[in-house]
Design a protein around this ligand. Structure first.
Ligand code: ZN
Length: 480
């Protein structure tokens, strides 16, 4: 009998290999290679396949060069415990589940397959790659050491719930991808490029759909990740999320490089105790939240998400202005800290628009009390005087352009059309009168009549106001 003792105290009942105390599955690589040379690979491969055919699903303490499951439909979850495996490849297959507990694997690749659940705990992996995979329960990678985690075109497909699967946590766990308490991580990537997978697929003759689909799940939870701190990865994008549709929570994680969220549709983005040491880029994405989320989570976001580099928000949509305001605000503060006032101003402007929309949103709903109507007027005047004239003080060209076009164009035209300035010889006189009025010089050589008095009053107020605006904007821009 093989000498291997399982953790439940029972002994392995397989026949030992000739010259060894262990069977073909349990014999250590070195001993096997000493006894059988290269042939040990074939021996182990056959032994594993045979065991699989006989219906063995639970492997403990095995040492295998490769686990290759291609084009199979396997009932019952496949479990590896306390094992050492070179590579696990699952392709074009249907699996009930795959579990790795306290197991060492160089790489795990699942391609073009469907799986109920995938569970890794206490294991050591170099790379984990799921490509074009459907799952019906959850993917949980916990308490392990993994260098690269890649998910491409992974989709949650709700399955019929059978009685035995109906347990308390199911509702919460279904559709969840969890990466928690991982160590030595170099990169977590959702829908990144996958040249290695393509090469592997060609090498092994695996058919797979190259058309990329978004990762569509209920929730991506990333928590307690200890990234590899070595400086040669410092400048890399450590967390790359592309084309993710679903919820996103990141917790207790300090990312030593960059983080990116692009082309995604994120429901309830939550960052709890997260630090990004480099830049955080949000691009071409949409973010959704609802009232409860706004109340419970949003107020804490500013304290919970710390970005030491810049936050870049480009071409993003937020389903409500509360969310937009907070995101633009944290983006603005990162640029202000670095002294890039121009960029900070861009985000300040977006923040103010969001804030105005938030107020509008708030006062348009509910009963129209006098106070609310008054507030609506306030919002309108804010738009008129602060936004329209100078983009909340961030744009000095706008007041100049407004002043020039109104004083030299629009007002003279009004005077001309209404013939409301006395003793004029040419259109230039109207322009001259307009300038004298707007600058409140008022020589009195020309004077308005009839409706012209009203237009001149408006113009005088406009001129004074714009002068103040221009000075403010100019000072804000160059004198700080
Ligand atoms: Zn054995």
């Amino acid at each position: 009998m093989c000498e291997y003792t399982y953790s439940n105290g029972k002994k392995c009942r397989r026949k030992p290999l000739k010259g060894s105390k262990y069977c073909s599955l349990h014999i250590p690589f070195e001993e096997g290679e000493l006894l059988y040379g290269e042939k040990i690979k074939e021996i182990k491969r056959r032994a594993f396949e045979k065991a699989l055919e006989r219906g063995v699903r639970n492997f403990e303490g095995v040492q295998l060069y490769e686990v290759m499951i291609a084009g199979k439909d396997i009932e019952g979850p496949l479990i590896f415990r306390n094992s050492t495996i070179g590579r696990i490849v699952i392709a074009n297959s249907k699996l009930k589940g795959l579990t790795l507990i306290n197991t060492n694997v160089e790489s795990v690749v699942v391609i073009e397959s469907s799986i109920n659940f995938f569970y890794v705990n206490g294991s050591t992996l170099y790379g984990l790659s799921l490509c074009s995979v459907e799952f019906s329960s959850s993917i949980l990678i916990r308490n392990s050491s993994i260098k690269y985690v890649m998910l491409n075109s992974v989709e949650y497909r709700e399955a019929q719930i059978t009685a035995e699967e109906e347990y308390g946590e199911r509702g919460r766990m279904a559709g969840r991808v969890e990466l928690s308490n991982l160590r030595g991580v170099r990169r977590i990537a959702i829908n990144s490029r996958y040249p290695l997978i393509k090469r592997l697929a060609e090498e092994l003759g695996i058919e797979f759909n190259r058309k990329r689909k978004p990762v569509r799940i209920h929730m991506l939870y990333i928590g307690g990740i200890k990234f590899d701190e070595s400086p040669r990865f410092k400048r890399q994008v450590r967390l790359y999320i592309n084309a993710l549709i679903g919820g996103l929570t990141i917790e207790n994680t300090s990312i030593p490089g960059h983080a990116e969220v692009v082309n995604s549709r994120i429901r309830y983005p939550e960052f709890v105790h997260v630090t990004v040491h480099n830049n955080f880029v949000l691009k071409n994405s949409r973010f959704y939240s609802d009232e409860t989320w706004n109340l419970t989570f949003l107020p804490n976001l500013l304290a919970e998400l710390e970005v030491l580099g810049f936050i870049v928000i480009e071409n993003c949509l937020f389903n409500n202005p509360y969310l937009a305001e907070v995101f633009y605000r944290i983006a603005r503060t990162t640029w202000e800290r670095s002294g890039d006032k121009e960029k900070a101003d861009e985000y300040y402007y977006l923040e103010m628009i969001a804030r105005r929309e938030k107020l509008l949103h708030h006062y348009l709903r509910g009963p129209k009390t006098p106070r609310r109507i008054f507030r609506l007027f306030e919002v309108f005047f804010e738009w008129l005087f602060a936004d329209l004239t100078c983009k909340y003080g961030t744009d000095w060209r706008r007041p100049v352009f407004l002043w020039v076009s109104l004083v030299l164009g629009v007002f003279p035209l009004f005077y001309y059309l209404t013939r409301s300035v006395e003793v004029t010889n040419s259109f230039f006189d109207y322009v001259y009168f307009s300038i004298v009025t707007a600058t409140t010089l008022g020589y009195g050589d020309l004077h308005p009549v009839g409706v012209g008095k009203m237009i001149a009053s408006v113009e005088a107020i406009f001129g004074m106001f714009m002068w103040a605006v221009f000075l403010t904007v100019f000072a804000r821009k160059y004198m700080r």
